[in-house]
Design a protein around this ligand. Structure first.
Ligand code: DGJ
Length: 730
């Protein structure tokens, strides 16, 4: 039983293998959080929430005048704006009479087997979970707030979402609808977050949570490169294997906010959900509004345990379809090899060389359709360019298949070029504000995904292509952010719904396409990793991590990504040197080793490789396939950070089988250093009393030695060397 209801104390205690999350209905019917942290024996933890002194100008509801009981002090699970909670709030309700506020008060609760789902939105799923639904109702109006909690015991994972149900006879407006308020125990906390830009995604930063709001967010219409919708709130001295850490991931790909701040009682509250900027959603009489899901994993032992729980949960209970746990085909993508400058013969010649080395899938990237010889035209016209393809798409797919390879293709469904037949026929399909010319970005506009006719048009075009040839893979790209956020299809008073409806529409199309073509592997992309989030992973089990495939820059990018997203979801390719993003030259082996800790593929003109280089690729493919299970499903440990430490100019990470029988450690030197002293990497997850060998060595090592002293490492004498250490039982 993961959820324990105690009617005497009026508590609901959500328990997982190592954590505990307690809710309580307080004396005034408020749903509060009394505790979230390490698992303990049951008690009513309410004492931890009580305010110690007066409320410093914070009014008191329920005739509790001049006491510590205030909406500004209690640990509400849903924090209403406009009601005297002056902290970070989650829900803003504009009633039909114009008043702003609500007082959600306990009505009922039920516990169900299995995990709830959310209408129209991605969410974790599975029978290996339990659901708690606590229903609250405004004290005045028939507005209900259904608070959903999903509990996955084995992953220490708790999910949350709110459904607002308007049972009044008139419309109400949500001017803010975040998914979660989380009130942490007293203490001082840091926030780790992952920021970036195109070709530099998920760069780790750490900051103290004090009395000013710390906020990661997007107002770009996509989760974006700038901030990832995932943060870790932790003890100020927490590290990889020490300290308390709360991982908070939003299962959403649009505008979001995750913020934290200490209040005047020195307590930290974290809120997460849809960004309130330009958000105003009408909920008509009898209608509901669903907030996106937030996924929480607590660890008492620092970041690594949190990471591994997220990895397992995302792999098994968020990703879907036949590829979620299958070995993905090793692919070659032609983008960096040719950009727009290709024809069928060129692609087939690349595929031929690749097939001889063991590559299994050829992906034709941008430029195969409409009038698309550069990025200035063609988006929206998803008709194969038979001149460039020197025949039909089916014919090209057959030529690739004849080489023993699968064939894949690129789409960017959500965008349109002004210079396209689709835009000329339907300018109203693009987001645009009345009287203003929409802004261009990469010479393209964004389609109005709120419209059913746009989605139908796209589905029909995409389905026609996918049915016309033997296609096994689709890369779904998105290369600009939203401006001119106005839908010609919606009345003036509903324009505040467009950002969220855009995501709902995109998710609906993704659901339709991916469910109609279950045998196709889908990879999500947005100028590299600009939409790498749990929302997209529900539809597509891998994401192109970054347009920057330089092995050294990738150390930080993949390091940051690894905090929450599993290796199996990270698109990682070997590309050419000098690198196209930063001109760096790195050894091919280092490029391969780094790409192993992702999906491993190639993105270069293989025809231009020397026979020596081709042999190295052939070797890598064999090695990667042998190590695949270990890499993709092992527990993941960040051993030495790529941000540098006092005594190392190299970084290291590891994947290890949970039973400790086998591990793989990768080291990469990112800066040269003369006359280095002996260097060691301490390994994790082995069995202390077991004997191991490294890369088949004669010498045997005790597990405890490898974990306490470490592997003695060495590097070849050239720039950016890298080594793999395969640890097996002796
Ligand atoms: C951006 C992607 O990240 C690239 O990999 C490539 O697909 C281009 N778009 C194509 O336009």
């Amino acid at each position: 039983m993961a959820i324990i209801r105690n009617d005497t104390d009026k508590t609901f205690t959500l328990t997982t293998k190592g954590t505990m999350y307690q809710l309580k209905i307080d004396d005034f019917g408020q749903l509060i959080n009394t505790y979230y942290g390490e698992k303990m024996d049951y008690m009513d933890m309410n004492y931890a929430t009580e305010a110690d002194w007066g409320t410093s100008f914070s009014p008191n509801p329920f005739e509790k005048d001049d006491t510590g009981y205030s909406y500004n002090n209690i640990h509400q699970e849903i924090a209403l704006s406009g009601m005297g909670d002056f902290r970070l709030t989650t829900m803003g309700v504009r009633n039909a009479d114009g008043s702003y506020g609500a007082e959600p008060t306990f009505v009922s609760a039920k516990i169900e087997k299995g995990k709830y789902s959310i209408k129209g939105l991605p969410a974790f799923y599975g029978d290996n979970a339990e659901t708690l639904v606590v229903t609250l109702k405004d004290k005045v109006h028939d507005i209900y707030f259904h608070m959903y909690y999903g509990v996955f015991e084995e992953y220490d994972l708790i999910t949350r979402s709110v459904v607002v149900e308007n049972k009044t006879n008139e419309s109400i407006h949500l001017e803010k609808a975040l998914s979660m308020a989380l009130n942490l125990p007293c203490g001082s906390y840091d926030m780790l977050y992952f920021h970036g830009r195109h070709t530099r995604e998920r760069i780790l930063e750490r900051t103290r949570i004090n009395h000013a709001k710390v906020c990661v967010e997007s107002v770009r219409g996509a989760s974006s490169h700038m901030h990832n919708p995932f943060v870790i709130v932790c003890d100020k001295d927490a590290g990889e294997s020490n300290g308390r850490a709360w991982g908070i991931a939003l299962v959403y790909s649009g505008n979001f906010e995750i913020s934290a701040m200490k209040n005047l009682q020195e307590k930290t509250r974290v809120v997460a959900g849809i960004n309130p900027e330009n958000f105003n959603f009408e909920v008509g009489a009898g209608e509901t509004f669903e907030t996106p899901e937030v996924a929480l994993v607590f660890s008492k032992n620092g970041f690594a345990d949190m990471t591994n729980n997220f990895h397992s949960a995302i792999r098994n209970n968020l990703c879907r379809g036949k590829f979620k746990n299958a070995r993905r085909p090793i692919l070659i993508n032609n983008w960096e090899g040719t950009y727009f400058d290709f024809n069928a013969d060129k692609l087939v010649s690349m595929a031929k060389d690749a097939s001889e080395l063991g590559v299994e899938l050829f992906v034709m990237d941008d430029g195969w359709f409409g009038k698309r010889d550069n990025d200035r035209s063609g988006l929206g016209d998803w008709t194969p360019n038979e001149k460039k393809l020197q025949g039909t798409l089916a014919n090209l797919a057959n030529r690739i298949n004849d080489l023993g390879m699968k064939f894949g293709i690129w789409f960017e469904p959500e965008c349109v070029s002004p210079d396209s037949d689709l835009y000329r026929a339907h300018p109203e399909y693009a987001l645009a504000m009345p009287g203003r010319k929409p802004q261009l970005s990469r010479h393209q506009y964004v389609l109005d995904m709120t419209r059913a006719d746009v989605r139908d048009n796209l589905f029909n075009q995409i389905a026609t292509v996918l049915r016309s040839a033997n296609i096994s893979y689709v890369k779904w790209d998105f290369n600009r952010h939203l401006t001119d956020v106005y839908s010609a299809n919606l009345p003036a008073e509903k324009q505040g719904e467009v950002y969220h409806r855009y995501m709902l529409g995109t998710y609906e199309l993704l659901e339709r396409v991916t469910q109609s073509f279950p045998d196709i592997l889908f990879e999500s992309c947005s100028g590299g990793g600009g939409r790498f989030d749990c929302g997209m992973l529900y539809y597509m089990p891998q994401v192109w991590t970054s347009d920057n495939a330089d092995a050294i820059d990738r150390l930080k990018i993949q390091y940051g990504t690894s905090f929450v997203y599993p290796v199996s979801t990270m698109g990682a390719h070997v590309s050419v040197c000098p690198n196209h993003s930063n001109a760096r030259v790195t050894p091919l082996r280092t490029r391969g080793n780094v790409a192993y800790f992702g999906t491993y593929g190639l993105e270069l003109d293989i025809n231009k490789m020397s026979s020596e280089e081709k042999q190295e690729i052939k070797r890598q493919i064999v090695e990667f396939k042998e190590l695949y299970e270990l890499i993709q499903r092992g527990d993941y440990y960040r051993l030495i950070s790529p941000y540098g430490t006092e005594d190392s100019l190299f970084c290291a990470w590891e994947t290890v089988k949970r039973d400790g029988s086998e591990a793989l450690v990768c080291t990469v030197r990112y800066e040269s250093d003369a006359a280095t002293a002996p260097e060691f990497v301490k390994v994790k997850g082995l069995v202390p009393s077991k004997w191991y060998k490294i890369n088949g060595s004669e010498q045997k090592y005790l597990g405890s030695a490898l974990m306490n002293i470490g592997i003695k490492i060495d590097f070849d004498f050239f720039t950016y060397p890298s080594r793999l250490y395969h640890i097996t039982e002796a």
